[in-house]
Unconditional design. Structure first.
Length: 604
């Protein structure tokens, strides 16, 4: 048995080289392949560091984005292969990394038990034979990649003509992965993109081989069962199988926060648990028929794994999620930002994260995508944003253009975080002659956007000193709210020991459970929604609020029943849980739209 956790994608830079750091220890991690400029520079850095030949792939060359991604992923695979060869040839009595591989494993792993027996073995011959068998059991962590499906800019040739769909940002990134040496998964996140999914179905690398094995797999990152089923069925009709559903909390996670309509993680996991057989029953006949039309025969159901991530913070939560919901693995993201052996965070950001408080983490409107974004008040990108506003120059230069989408003022899309957009938008705002309070609110909404293309890549440029002249060194980071409870930095073994309950990094820290933390985040979310819409209430918004609150109430009832099913919980913990649920219920009942009549009569 290998590890029962993985490191999810972390921004652009923070997990860009995590596989090089942790795959040799059997730990799986995920690379973002959104930013091919960052990827190309990282390829140059690691090629030079390890004495590999490097030939630059110029951005203007044919299919540069896909080729850059393929070349970097191939380099990572080569470097990890070399690491594994070295570990297999190392002496168990002498090599620190070889011993660390086994020490990191969960205690109930057969491989770890064999390792511990070998350490006590006195007979040299038996010890040698067992050590050989032990090394055969070593596995390498997955080198997975992430694509945000809807970050899919259309690209143009030198004459300004639009290129074919296969050269769009997401399609090119997918092709880059498909053409690489990796045998792993692409994690598709941020919703459904029919154009990308149709292109995916054209790539033979995602078809099963004659033995039914996949060279390249598909993982869907989802936040509810309905969305997962719709996307999986769409792909099954095209002959594409989903090998993993990666279930993520809507709000209790890092990065972009794709809030559900009040559906909480516990009930969502329960639905996935209860619907597994039905899911197979629905999907497999569709998939088999689509494959047959492609000339591929398959008579058995390929494996589907289920994993969860978002806000997990203790070994008890880890065990409960795996055991009660029957999950294959959990994802621990934000806590690993505090582990330099696993992720890439510059020294200043690492220090500020390690000394942060709960109030430093918040859901913001900073993303140009228009999706709520987990932000960090102490980030240098946030400080830079405020500085630009103070200098009456809000907005950022826009060089990479990955998130351009707005055409309010221009024929070609521009980014809402750009200086060009914010200048025009603020000019428009001035002409509206709004009340001072309303004006201020609208001003903040416009200028809250921040450049994520540069900011989320900057940590790697700082860490490895690969900045170019005039580039901003402001680091944007998107940790989940769970980060507030961890005070790193930590070593890799400290964090893994914490995950498996061999040590407690949160000893003495008062922290609500992941379910309660998420519930409170949703209560705050809907309260903010009501506050932001008080002056523009309509039937649609009333209906949305009522449905949202109903789902939260149903989630609370689910947790009240769940607490009695968990035998590991003490009576004191169960009582605390009930008290917290009751308080959330009370808060939820107080959230209502105030009608115009009530406002006019001064009723609150």
């Amino acid at each position: 048995m290998g590890h029962s956790f993985h490191i999810p994608v972390l921004g652009l830079a923070f997990s860009i080289d995590s596989p090089i750091k942790v795959a040799k220890f059997g730990i799986s991690s995920v690379i973002s392949i959104v930013d091919d400029e960052l990827i190309e520079r990282m390829r140059k850095y690691y090629s030079e560091l390890h004495g590999k030949s490097y030939a630059a792939i110029v951005k203007t060359s044919h299919d540069a984005r896909a080729r850059r991604i393929t070349s970097y992923l191939d380099l990572i695979q080569d470097l990890i292969d070399e690491q594994v060869v070295r570990l297999h040839s190392a002496e168990l009595d002498q090599d620190h990394e070889l011993n660390q591989y086994f020490k990191l494993l969960p205690d109930d792993s057969d491989t770890k038990m064999l390792y511990q027996a070998i350490k006590k073995e006195k007979n040299d011959k038996d010890r040698k034979n067992k050590t050989h068998a032990l090394k055969q059991q070593m596995i390498v962590g997955d080198i997975d990649v992430n694509i945000m499906s809807k970050v899919d800019k259309i690209n143009f040739d030198k004459k300004g003509a639009a290129l074919e769909d296969q050269y769009s940002d997401a399609s090119a990134a997918l092709r880059g992965f498909a053409n690489s040496k990796l045998s792993s998964s692409v994690i598709l996140s941020a919703g459904m993109n029919p154009r990308l999914y149709s292109y995916l179905a054209e790539l033979k690398q995602f078809l099963p081989d004659h033995a039914g094995k996949f060279l390249k797999k598909i993982t869907l990152k989802v936040s509810d069962y309905r969305s997962a089923f719709i996307q999986a069925k769409f792909l099954a009709k095209k002959g594409v199988w989903i090998s993993e559903f990666r279930i993520e909390s809507g709000l209790n996670c890092g990065g972009h926060a794709f809030a559900t309509e009040g559906f909480l993680l516990g009930p969502i996991l329960e639905e996935f648990k209860s619907q597994r057989e039905n899911l197979i029953h629905e999907l497999f006949p569709i998939y088999r028929h689509a494959l047959a039309e492609k000339g591929v025969q398959i008579d058995y159901v390929p494996e589907i794994k289920y994993t969860v991530q978002g806000g997990i913070g203790t070994a008890a939560e880890q065990r409960f999620l795996l055991d009660y919901y029957g999950l294959n693995r959990t994802g621990w993201g934000s806590p690993f930002l505090l582990v330099p052996e696993a992720t890439t965070v510059d020294a200043h950001t690492l220090n500020t994260l390690s000394t942060s408080e709960k109030e430093d983490f918040y859901i913001s409107g900073a993303s140009p995508l228009g999706v709520p974004f987990n932000n960090f008040r102490k980030s240098t990108a946030e400080q830079k944003r405020l500085q630009r506003i103070a200098q009456d120059r809000p907005g950022s230069p826009c060089t990479k253009k990955y998130l351009i989408s707005n055409t309010e003022f221009t024929e070609e899309p521009i980014c809402t975080a750009s200086r060009k957009y914010q200048f025009k938008k603020l000019q428009e705002l001035e002409l509206k002659n709004l009340d001072i309070a309303v004006y201020k609110k609208e001003y903040e909404k416009i200028t809250e956007k921040v450049c994520l293309c540069d900011g989320l890549a900057a940590a790697a440029y700082l860490k490895y000193d690969i900045f170019r002249p005039k580039e901003s060194k402001a680091v944007a980071i998107c940790p989940g709210p769970n980060t507030a409870y961890f005070k790193g930095p930590y070593s890799l073994i400290e964090m893994v020991d914490h995950i498996y309950g061999r040590r407690d990094l949160l000893d003495g820290v008062k922290r609500p459970s992941l379910f309660i933390n998420e519930l409170n985040l949703y209560v705050d979310y809907i309260r903010t929604y009501v506050e932001n819409n008080l002056n523009d209430v309509n039937d649609k918004k009333e209906k949305y609020l009522n449905k949202f609150k109903q789902q939260l109430h149903e989630g609370i009832d689910y947790y009240k029943n769940l607490k009695d099913k968990v035998s590991a919980l003490s009576n004191n913990v169960k009582q605390d849980l009930l008290t917290q649920l009751t308080e959330a219920e009370k808060q939820l009942k107080s959230i209502e739209f105030i009608s115009k009549k009530e406002l006019s009569e001064g009723i609150h």
